[in-house]
Ligand binder design. Structure first.
Ligand code: AGP
Length: 609
């Protein structure tokens, strides 16, 4: 989704801004633009399409600026056009970039039109630029103008404005859309994600909700939501500088699929001991919360929601705690009942998903006894807004299709099961078996990745298909859902997932030779039931692709192609069986020639509703 980079320096900042935008490309966007201030002149360059088109347009020595702001736009209000791309301007003096949505933009537009502001775009963003320009007429500084203007904005914004009459200053405001200040020496920066600034600094200030800040080359002044001047902590980033590098892989997604054994090792390291889970892995005081918890509500979106769905099976079966899972965008707009001693658990790769954040806010107001965030981005809004947190150590995930974030979330949930199970009478046998399974997990994943060539061959058979069905039972049902999401996301083939016991209640009507059916079949207590479902598909002329444990005794024939998945214990089977489904969607997408890392219409981090 939209990305912001800004800089105020003595040197030319054009390449810093462009590199920042490139590093945010993975988030998904449809146009890009830059505003530069140089010797009292304001210049704007915008292009529809990739950052490359923008950098080509700026690729001559006359593109200079010591202060500049840049943006990648993912259209919400107004089509994908150069005129709607950011930066937007006002009064031939101010330039502004914005992430988020101003919900009352129509009312603001009407009021500003009455004051003779001419709108050139269809965006909500242009109303911010004109509102601040209007405020500047009677405020002494740009900072004061922004502080006054934000009072009239309803909705979400991370915004940065520059003024050609005050060329060494950027003013930024955050509400519902993240912004991070990067601190340099004699120069300072702003971005919507620290990734954008890693080539120039590792020292960051994460702005809080409601903060407005004035940034010059040498100073940072932050005013909080209550209007007080505040000092915020300076954080040294631990994110790898080259996290945005494909390391020789053709796509980030493939690199991230192959990183899974290593990042899961990392996620487990120092947290799992032969006796269980180390104290406070889930945050200070988590043990007391887990001792009291009777009910868990998990909230998330997309792939993270599928991790929550899987965790429900584990938490109820292994830890004996009642668990509900809900899509954040549903939860946030319905009236729900909070069960006694309930813990709210949110899951998010980015920690900035608008629906998940809104759901957490609602839950905190509704009487949950505590909140836990399972997240991949330290310092993200979700982590900061939650009482407890668990950081997955997946490293930066660049591919829009989530892979390693999902499997590390699942590893985190198995640890949560152990941490809670300890208070709920989990047997030593079960505890040892889960611990043993976790210890084996990285090597099982390495073994499973060796299926890649076979899956690459198999993918050929999907290239002319338009629909597909994924089947699983028990804790493999959410894995089938995740497999279907991956396939539709990056290959654009319609894919649906069903708990295979549901087949006869409707979807069997869809079965024919044109509808490949993908089945995940570990050797567990539901295997015989699953085999009956497979026969139901076969009897209707369906063609199946079965990822199965060798001991499940499926045999390839003219209606079924079987791929042997390494034998693994039941607890980690959902994680292991995720791998072939990720590889399948990747190789199908390659054949279809889609943009694997940045599939059409999608954004990495969905920071607007
Ligand atoms: C996954 O492949 C998707 N890109 C998407 O469903 C994603 O999982 C969802 O938007 C939630 O994101 P989050 O984990 O950052 O909250």
């Amino acid at each position: 989704m939209c990305g912001i980079v800004g800089a105020v320096a003595e040197r030319n900042v054009v390449q810093i801004l462009l590199e920042g935008l490139r590093r945010l490309e993975y988030r998904g966007y449809d146009s890009a633009g830059v505003a530069l201030l140089n010797n009292g002149e304001l210049s704007i360059t915008r292009r529809v399409g990739k950052v490359k088109a923008l950098s080509d347009a700026l690729d001559d020595e006359s593109s200079l600026g010591t202060t500049g702001i840049a943006h990648t736009r993912w259209a919400t209000h107004g089509g994908v056009t150069e005129v709607n791309a950011h930066p937007h301007t006002s009064s031939e003096r101010f330039a502004l970039v914005h992430n988020g949505i101003i919900e009352n933009h129509k009312a603001l537009r009407d009021a500003l039109s009455d004051k003779d502001y001419a709108f050139v775009s269809d965006t909500d963003t242009e109303t911010i630029a004109h509102t601040i320009a209007e405020a500047r007429k009677h405020c002494d500084t740009l900072l004061e103008s922004v502080l006054q203007s934000v009072k009239s904005f309803h909705g979400a914004y991370g915004t940065v404005i520059i003024d050609k009459e005050d060329p060494n200053t950027m003013v930024v405001a955050r509400s519902g859309s993240p912004l991070v200040i990067g601190l340099g020496i004699g120069e300072n920066f702003i971005a919507s994600d620290q990734m954008a600034l890693l080539p120039v600094t590792r020292r960051f200030i994460f702005l809080e909700e409601g903060d407005v800040a004035e940034i010059t080359r040498t100073t940072v002044k932050i005013i909080d939501a209550s209007g007080e001047k505040v000092e915020r902590e300076v954080v040294e980033s631990s994110v790898e500088h080259d996290a945005g590098d494909k390391a020789g892989y053709r796509h980030y997604m493939l690199k991230e699929i192959y990183e899974q054994p290593a990042v899961i090792r990392n996620t487990l390291q120092g947290r799992v001991t032969p006796d269980g889970i180390s104290d406070d892995v889930f945050g200070e005081g988590s043990d007391e919360v887990f001792a009291k918890v009777e009910n868990i509500k998990i909230i998330a979106c997309g792939t993270s929601y599928h991790a929550g769905m899987t965790a429900k099976y584990w938490l109820e079966a292994y830890a004996g705690v009642c668990c509900d899972v809900e899509i954040a965008s549903e939860f946030r707009y319905r009236k729900s009942v909070v069960k006694p001693n309930s813990l709210i658990v949110t899951i998010s790769q980015s920690g900035e998903t608008a629906d998940t954040l809104a759901a957490l806010k609602l839950a905190k107001e509704s009487g949950y006894m505590s909140s836990l965030a399972i997240c991949n981005v330290d310092g993200s809004s979700l982590v900061r807004e939650s009482s407890l947190s668990f950081m997955t150590r997946a490293g930066a995930e660049i591919g829009v299709a989530s892979t390693k974030a999902f499997t590390t979330q699942l590893a985190g949930f198995l640890m949560l099961v152990l941490a809670i199970g300890k208070h709920k009478g989990m047997s030593d046998t079960l505890k040892s078996s889960i611990l043993q399974s976790l210890a084996e997990l990285p090597s099982k994943l390495e073994e499973t990745l060796t299926l890649a060539d076979d899956i690459d061959d198999l993918a050929e058979e999907f290239s002319d298909k338009h629909h597909s069905l994924f089947l699983g039972r028990g804790d493999q049902y959410p894995i089938a859902m995740e497999g279907a999401l991956k396939l539709k996301e990056i290959s654009y083939i319609h894919a649906e997932a069903y708990a295979s016991g549901e087949l006869k209640h409707g979807p069997l009507a869809l079965i024919d030779a044109e509808m490949p059916v993908i089945v995940v079949a570990p050797n567990n207590e539901l295997l015989e039931k699953l085999k009956s479902n497979v026969e139901e598909v076969r009897a209707r002329g369906g063609i199946m692709y079965v990822f199965a444990d060798k001991d499940a005794h499926f045999k390839s024939d003219e209606t079924m192609r079987v791929l042997d998945v390494p034998h693994c214990s039941e607890a980690i089977a959902p994680i292991v069986y995720t791998i072939p489904l990720q590889l399948l969607s990747y190789y199908v997408a390659l054949i279809k020639g889609t943009d694997v890392d940045q599939p059409r219409n999608l954004a990495k981090s969905v920071t607007v509703e």
